[in-house]
Design a protein around this ligand. Structure first.
Ligand code: ADP
Ligand code: MG
Length: 480
C-alpha cells in the first residue's frame, strides 16, 4: 500500500540493542502475566498461551482525530440502531446481494422468517466497533474503514495495552510520555452493556450465553468479558456454547424463553456466527433462528447483524441517505466527513460506471465482499482480474471503496517467535472505537462510547488482522 506522511514517534529510535533485548523480554512477560495473550494457531494447546502480538511503545495518532472519533460514537450507535430497525431500507439495499451471496442470503432468510413470525424480543443490545484510518492526503483526518455490529473483538485485551505500554515507558525512563495516552475502559464499558441488558430481561435466575467458535484462539479477550461479569455480578452465570450445541441443547419455553438444558438465557453475546465456517450444517442456521425467535436479548439481533454488512455501509454513503436516519444537520455533516468514496457494483448504470472506474485505476481502490474477520478483500492491481472473472450478477455482492492512505509511524512489533532484538519497522495504525446501545424501535435506553483499540500493521501489508498474524495490538500516543 502506498503511503505518504509520517508521524513523529513517541520515543527516540532506535533503542540500544542491550536495552531493547531486556525491555522486550520484560514486556512479553508482562503481556502473558496480564492476559494480553492468545492461543497459538500453529501449536495449539488449551493449556498454554502465547502473548498477543503487540507494539512495544504506543504509536502516534492525531489527538484531534482521536477525539473526533470518540465524540462521534453515540451518533454512529444511533445511526446503526435506526438502520437496523428500517426493514424497507435493509430489504431494498440487500436485495441484489442476497441473490448472489449465499451467506448474507441465509442471514436475510432468518430475518424474513422472524419478521413473519414476530420478534420474540423487541430490545436489542449493540456492542459496536467503528474502525478508522487517518488519511494523509487530507491532513490526517479519519476515514471510516468499516463498522462492526457482530463479535466486535479486542475490547478485553485492548484495555491492557495502555498499562503494558505505560510499564514499558516507565522502564525506559520516559514516564512523562504516559500523559499523552488516553485511558481506556473498553472492557468495563462493553460488559456493563451486557449486564444492563441482563437487568432489563429481569429474571434473576437467567444467564448470559456467549456463542463461541469450535476453537477460540482469541480466548483471553473472551474470558476477560466473562470474568468481568462474574466478578462484578457473581449472581450472573455465564455459559459458553457453539451454534451446534445450541441446536442440540436449546429449545423455547412456553413464553419464548430460550432454554439451554434447564438454564434460561437472558442475553446472547455472539462471538461467532459471522462467517460461513461457523455454520457447518443446517443445524447451526436452525439454532440461529431459534435464538432470534426467543425472548433472549441478542447481541446482535439479526437486523443489527445485517445493518453491519459492507453493502449497507456503501448504501449509507450515497448522498442524502443519512437524512433518513439522523435529524440533526450537524450530525449528518460529521458522519459524512468520515465516509470515504464507497461505490455500488450492482447490475445497473451506476454499478457499470463503478466497474469501468475500477478497471481504469485499480490502484485507488479496495474491493470488498460481504464478509467479516479479515483476509477477504482484494486490493489495487488485483482488482481487474478479480472483477473480470465475475458475472455482472456476481459483482453486485461486492462493493468498491477508495483506498485510505494512513500516515507511517516507526516502531517495534513484537510477536511470538519473532526476531530478538526486533528491527525498527514502518507501521500504520487503525483505530477502533467501541459503542454500546440498547433499545427497541421506539426507544433508546442507553447509548454511549465505550473505549477504544488500536491495531497496527506493517505499512506494506494490506490488512492487519491480529488473529491472522499480520497485525499487533497497540494503543494511541496522542500528538497535536
Ligand atoms: P473485515 O470485515 O474483514 O475486518 P475491513 O473492511 O475491516 O474488513 O478490511 C480489513 C482490513 O483491510 C482493514 O482492517 C484495513 O487494514 C484494510 N482496509 C479495508 N478498507 C480499506 C481502505 N478503504 N483503505 C485502506 N485499507 C483498508
Ligand atoms: Mg475490519
Amino acid at each position: 500500500m502506498s503511503t505518504v506522511g509520517t508521524l513523529k514517534e513517541c520515543v527516540q529510535l532506535p533503542i540500544k540493542d542491550n536495552e531493547l533485548v531486556d525491555i522486550v523480554q520484560k514486556a512479553k512477560d508482562w503481556a502473558i502475566m496480564h492476559g494480553a495473550a492468545m492461543r497459538s494457531k500453529s501449536n495449539f494447546s488449551p493449556d498454554t498461551l502465547n502473548f498477543a502480538p503487540f507494539v512495544l511503545v504506543p504509536s502516534s495518532f492525531p489527538r484531534k482525530e482521536f477525539e473526533r472519533a470518540i465524540h462521534l460514537q453515540p451518533t454512529i450507535n444511533r445511526l446503526m440502531h435506526n438502520v437496523a430497525h428500517d426493514e424497507e431500507f435493509l430489504t431494498t439495499t440487500l436485495a441484489d446481494t442476497i441473490k448472489v451471496d449465499e451467506f448474507t442470503g441465509n442471514l436475510f432468510n432468518v430475518y424474513k422468517k422472524v419478521l413473519a413470525n414476530g420478534f420474540g424480543q423487541a430490545i436489542t443490545l449493540g456492542l459496536l466497533r467503528s474502525d478508522y484510518l487517518a488519511h494523509t492526503f487530507d491532513d490526517n483526518t479519519i476515514r471510516q474503514v468499516e463498522i462492526n455490529t457482530v463479535a466486535s473483538s479486542f475490547g478485553g485485551i485492548s484495555t491492557y495495552m495502555m498499562p503494558l505500554q505505560s510499564y514499558v515507558l516507565r522502564e525506559l525512563n520516559q514516564a512523562e510520555k504516559i500523559a499523552r495516552m488516553p485511558k481506556n475502559d473498553a472492557l468495563a464499558g462493553l460488559c456493563d452493556g451486557m449486564i444492563k441488558a441482563w437487568e432489563i430481561y429481569a429474571n434473576p435466575k437467567a444467564v448470559i450465553m456467549f456463542i463461541i467458535e469450535d476453537v477460540s484462539y482469541n480466548i483471553c479477550d473472551q474470558r476477560f468479558h466473562e470474568f468481568y461479569i462474574r466478578e462484578k455480578c457473581p449472581h450472573i452465570k455465564v455459559l459458553r456454547k457453539t451454534l451446534t450445541q445450541v441446536h442440540d441443547e436449546g429449545k423455547l419455553g412456553l413464553n419464548k424463553e430460550l432454554l439451554i438444558g434447564k438454564e434460561e438465557v437472558a442475553v446472547i453475546y455472539f462471538r461467532a456466527g459471522y462467517e460461513p465456517g461457523h455454520y457447518p450444517s443446517h443445524n447451526e442456521w436452525d439454532a440461529r433462528y431459534l435464538m432470534e425467535c426467543s425472548r433472549a436479548i441478542k447481541c446482535p439481533s439479526i437486523h443489527y447483524h445485517l445493518a453491519g454488512t459492507k453493502k449497507v455501509q456503501q448504501a449509507l454513503a450515497v448522498p442524502g441517505v443519512l437524512d433518513r436516519f439522523l435529524n440533526d444537520p450537524e450530525e449528518i455533516k460529521a458522519v459524512t466527513k468520515i465516509f470515504t468514496g464507497l461505490y455500488s457494483l450492482e447490475d445497473n448504470e451506476t454499478g457499470n460506471a463503478t466497474y469501468e472506474m475500477a478497471l481504469k485505476s485499480p490502484e485507488k481502490f479496495v474491493l470488498k465482499p460481504q464478509r467479516e474477520g479479515g483476509g477477504n478483500n482484494i486490493y489495487g492491481i488485483d482488482i481487474p482480474s478479480a472483477l473480470k472473472k465475475m458475472s455482472r450478477f456476481e459483482r453486485s455482492a461486492w462493493i468498491l471503496m477508495d483506498l485510505i492512505h494512513p500516515p507511517i509511524s516507526r516502531g517495534y512489533m513484537i510477536r511470538p517467535s519473532g526476531p530478538v532484538p526486533p528491527p525498527v519497522v514502518d507501521m500504520v495504525s487503525e483505530l477502533g472505537i467501541f459503542g454500546v446501545i440498547i433499545g427497541d424501535v421506539d426507544n433508546i435506553i442507553c447509548n454511549y462510547e465505550a473505549g477504544h483499540m488500536l491495531r497496527t500493521k506493517l505499512s506494506t501489508a494490506n490488512e492487519g488482522g491480529v488473529a491472522a498474524g499480520l497485525g499487533a495490538l497497540d494503543s494511541p500516543y496522542l500528538i497535536d
